[in-house]
Write a protein that binds this ligand. Sequence first.
Ligand code: FES
Ligand SMILES: [Fe+2]
Length: 384
Amino acid sequence: MRQEDQILQGETLLRYLDEKTTAMAESVYANPVSDYICPDQAQVEKEQFFRKGPINIGLSCLLPNPGDYMTHDLTGDPILLVRRHDGTLGAYLNVCRHRGARVADGCGHAGAFTCPYHAWTYGTDGALRGRPDERSFADLDKSGLGLRKLPVAEKYGTIWVSPAPGPAFDIGQLLDGLGPDLAAYNLESYHHYETRVLRRELNWKMVIDTFLETYHLQFLHAKTIYPILHTNLATFDAFGRNLRMIAARRTIEQLRTTPKDQWNIIPFTAVVCVLFPNTVFVMQGDHVETWHAYPSGDGMNQSTMRVSFYTPQPPTTEKAKAYWDKNFDLLMATVEQEDFPMAEGIQRGFHSAAQNEIHFGRNEPALQHFHKSVRAALVGLDRV
Ligand code: FES
Ligand SMILES: [Fe+2]
């Protein structure tokens, strides 16, 4: 967060504490249950958000060195991302131009990609470099048979990709004012500690919802997070379709005795940003977490998520590693044992005759903004 914003946000949080209040929306918002269970909406979301994009993939340090690559299949299309020799990123459809096999799997380091089927070989720039028994294909110009390129961009230490070939895009424009906030974290210097993949029986938006209010901390997380964070208290700011919500740690009281020009509010807060549509970025004081939620299965009731943990430096000692492992395990235990079982119960209840709408209170402005933004973005969805 930018220094000039730190004082403003710190003052706001201390005022909310004093006045026992939180950021408030204009009114309560009724969100249709169909938002989570309508097959038509799920189809439009899949086409517009996940197969067209652009979407955030993670931080730049997922691929720190030339030759580093990763495959990514959760949007529904097979993507191959690689750090090219000039340091820029390449993104391609992970589909061989001979007969369509995957040219790479998992992640790793490579100077070229050789298709496992008949050994056509592609450079990290995607160009077709060689094919065995060249005479049998000599009629086909190699230059037109490179891996199909996808639009990819990198800025503020974040990576974004469009899963379908198309025009270039601008990350600054996508972030709509949130960019300088991310830039201030110097994410380029971070280290990718670990990524875990989870599958749950809930709509992908429910994964995002999990992080968008502090109203539940006192109740659902009475023994885990509530002792650390203030409940029902957070700032809210919209940046176009994105948003930022700042929750206060109980240690924030220390700010009261620190001169304002020396304020660094990051250790005393948890900063949650939605990078529209499917990414939650959390600055957790001493590390960063990202959550990327994708529809899976029927697109309505199942989702797959990538949870990544990034640290300011690579751990160099066993003690440091044990510290980060404990942190990651605590995070996972909280969401796996408390948030997601609750959310799965909600998802099942959506199919009952209980109600056609759920309600986001005035104290849940981030939830309101996220769901209004999703609806506004879904071109072609019949609004009921
Ligand atoms: S499918 Fe890749 S070389 Fe044949
Ligand atoms: Fe929670």
